[in-house]
Design a protein around this ligand. Sequence first.
Ligand code: CA
Length: 237
Amino acid sequence: MSFPARTLPARLLLLEDDPAIARTVAYALEREGLAVAHSVLVHDAREQLAHSSFDLLVLDVGLPDGSGLDLLRELRGTATTAALPVLVLSAHGEEIDRVLGLELGADDYLAKPFSPRELAARVKALLRRAGTQAVAVAAAAPAPLFHVDEAGQRISLRGQPLALTRREYRLLSCLLRGAGRIHSRDALLNAAWGDDSESTDRTVDTHIKTLRAKLRDVDAGREYISTHRGMGYCLDL
Ligand code: CA
C-alpha cells in the first residue's frame, strides 16, 4: 500500500498494436512518473475511455480493428472526450496521417520511428498545456511518500526503509490509514498495544516522540505528525 504526496500521477492511455513500440513507450512514460494503460484494439480503447478517465491519449493510426483516426473523430464528437489531449503516432512518411490527424483535432503528431525521449517530452508539454499538474509532482517524487509493506511489517519514507519497532510500526500504519484525521491517544493505544493494560497515554506520547525522530532522520524538512492539544495526533501527507 502506498501513500503518494497529494497528487496522483497523470493517467495516459496508449493505443498501439506493435508490442515492441508499446513496451518502449510505456517504459519511457512510466519513468517520467505517468501511469500508463495500454490497448491494442480500437474497440478496447473505446471501452477504457468510456469507463475511466484519462489525462492524455497516445494513438497509433493503423490498428488491427480499425483506424486510430476514426477513433479520434469519434472522441472529438463526444462531450466527455472532446478536449482530451491526443498525440498521434504514425508510420514514417505517412504525410496524409499527419494532416488528417491535425485536421481531426490531434494536439500533436509524431512519425515513427521516434525517440522515446522525444515522445516523453511532447507528452509532458501537452499535459502542462492542459493544466495537468500531476506530471511535475510525480517526476519530482518518483517514490511514494510512504510505502507500507504489510506482510513484512515495514514502512518506507521517500523510498528509505524506517527502522521501526513493532509498536512504532503499528502506530505509524494506524496514523497513515487515517491520514489527515486526528487520532485520540486511546485509539492509538488500541491500535498499537491492544488491550495491554500496562500502557498509558504517556506511552503513546513517548512512542510518538521516537517515531518523529525517525521520520526526521529521513526527511528533516518536514514534521509529519502534529499534536492536537487535548485531542491527539494527526499525520499529514
Ligand atoms: Ca500499428
